[in-house]
Design a binder for this molecule. Structure first.
Ligand code: PMP
Length: 447
């Protein structure tokens, strides 16, 4: 039985649900990134490192809602904090103590002064960019080719452009990712090549009088920065009064103080999401007292009330349940847990590399900390253009085959604090079987 047939046979309820979903949701989906042919598996339950789908199939999770659940599914202390909050209410139409506590925890970890919560990473980046534009009085914002900073006009640009249309590697074109983005938005975005310090420095210098900010992921997807790259961007932006925004929506989990602490480079504004909401929708951006001034409501005496220069609001900002769950996660994330996460990531990377070597497949294994990634080509991924050479067909077939074998490995693979040594070693055995099954196709595609 081939991979696709096995998948369809093992997941009849998911298939039925998907067919029904297609009647009510465009392509049966609310998140494009989680949809794949022939249909996505519908999950029913998660606990620790495991997921169970609607057909009762059990799988080891290596996705954790795209890196969100750093403690695994339904960690008892997080569940308790959520239940305790639910007993008190959901949204209360006023500030709560939870947001003060989580803001205190996160600003301490980052060494930042103040922070604003949003309901998603997308909104954190959107507001951080607006803050930078308002602080500098400039419009142009630079982002790296291949970087995803959420689904909104300014950043839906050069996320995965066709390389043949994307211009010279050291001066990439600004290309819209999807339709419906006004030319005026594109005119205000400059695209930089991640990990090419010289090219970035010269582009920043050329646009030094127009640039409000450079936004980048210190670890782009799972590609770490080359030594000196972040420092070079920091130096160039500081020199010209351009703000540096680190999108740490994913990379914040790499150390108690995020990737910025790991690599020793401090941005002006940090955006976060995913892990800090304990499994609930969340985003936040943090900065200095000086830079958050546009967000501050000027002092006045009651009943007079003045307006802030930037008027962001949001019905679900700092949702009490999110705050409770996020705080419970942060309390568990001690230095020892970060060490365990790194060790588990390393065990996974080493195991994968050894299987790939043993099978003579010549694929490179990448990732850092708790992330791992099979590159599906012999070279290391160092930037978007090298990642675009990966064999995506093999990658998708492998992931679907692993679903049949009980391993959930889509998207941005990662281990959580709930991933045990037994989980890793068991998954590696399964992955070895998966590679062997795929070998004839790998050889055929290499020809
Ligand atoms: N920035 C990065 C680096 C991300 O990976 C994501 C989401 N995958 C976002 C921003 C957007 O976050 P959200 O999905 O919470 O809007």
């Amino acid at each position: 039985m081939d991979v696709l047939e096995r998948f369809v046979t093992r997941n009849p309820t998911s298939k039925r649900l998907y067919e029904k979903a297609c009647r009510y949701l465009p392509s049966g989906s609310s998140r494009n990134v989680l949809t794949y042919p022939p249909f996505p598996v519908y999950m029913a339950r998660g606990l620790g490192s495991k997921l169970w789908d609607v057909d009762g199939n059990e799988r080891i999770d290596f996705n954790y809602n795209n890196t969100t659940l750093i403690l695994g599914h339904n960690h008892p202390k997080v569940v308790k904090a959520i239940r305790d909050q639910l007993d008190k209410g959901t949204v209360l139409g006023a500030p709560t103590e939870g947001e003060v506590k989580l803001a205190e925890e996160l600003t301490h970890r980052l060494g930042a002064d103040k922070l604003r919560f949003t309901p998603s990473g997308t909104e954190a980046n959107l507001q951080a960019v607006r803050l930078a534009r308002s602080s500098t009085g400039r419009d142009l914002v630079a982002k790296c080719e291949g970087a995803y900073h959420g689904s909104w006009d300014s950043m839906d640009v050069s996320v995965s452009p066709p390389v043949e249309k994307a211009g010279p590697a050291n001066v990439p074109y600004t290309l819209k990712q999807h339709e419906g983005i006004p030319q005026g938005v594109l005119d205000n975005i400059l695209v930089l090549p991640f990990n090419d310090a010289d090219a970035c420095q010269s582009l920043i210098k050329r646009h030094r009088n127009e640039l409000a900010a450079v936004i980048l992921e210190p670890v782009q997807r799972d590609t770490p920065p080359k030594p000196g790259f972040l420092e070079a961007i920091r130096e160039a932006t500081a020199k010209y009064g351009i703000l540096l925004i680190f999108d740490e929506v994913i990379s914040f989990r790499l150390s108690p103080g995020g990737a910025q602490r790991l690599y020793g480079v401090k941005p002006d504004i940090t955006t976060m999401g995913k892990t800090i909401g304990g499994g609930f929708p969340v985003g936040a951006y943090a900065s200095t007292d000086e830079l958050v001034k546009p967000l501050m409501i000027p002092d006045s005496t009651f009943p007079e009330l003045k307006s802030a220069r930037l008027g962001f609001s949001g019905t679900f900002n700092a949702h009490p349940v999110t705050m409770a769950a996020g705080l419970a996660v942060m309390k568990e994330l001690t230095p020892t847990v970060y060490e365990r996460l790194d060790d588990a990531g390393e065990r996974m990377r080493r195991g994968l590399a050894s299987i790939i070597d043993g099978e003579g497949l010549g694929f490179h294994v990448g990732g850092v900390g708790s992330f791992f990634h099979i590159n599906w080509m012999a070279d290391e991924v160092v930037d978007y253009r090298s990642s675009a050479r990966e064999d995506k067909i093999l990658s998708r077939l492998f992931s679907l085959d692993l679903m049949n074998r009980g391993v959930h490995l889509w998207g941005h693979p990662n281990v959580s604090a709930a991933t045990s040594v037994e989980d890793i070693d068991g998954a590696l055995e399964t992955i070895e079987e998966g590679f062997r099954a795929l070998k004839p196709l790998i050889k055929e595609r290499a020809r």
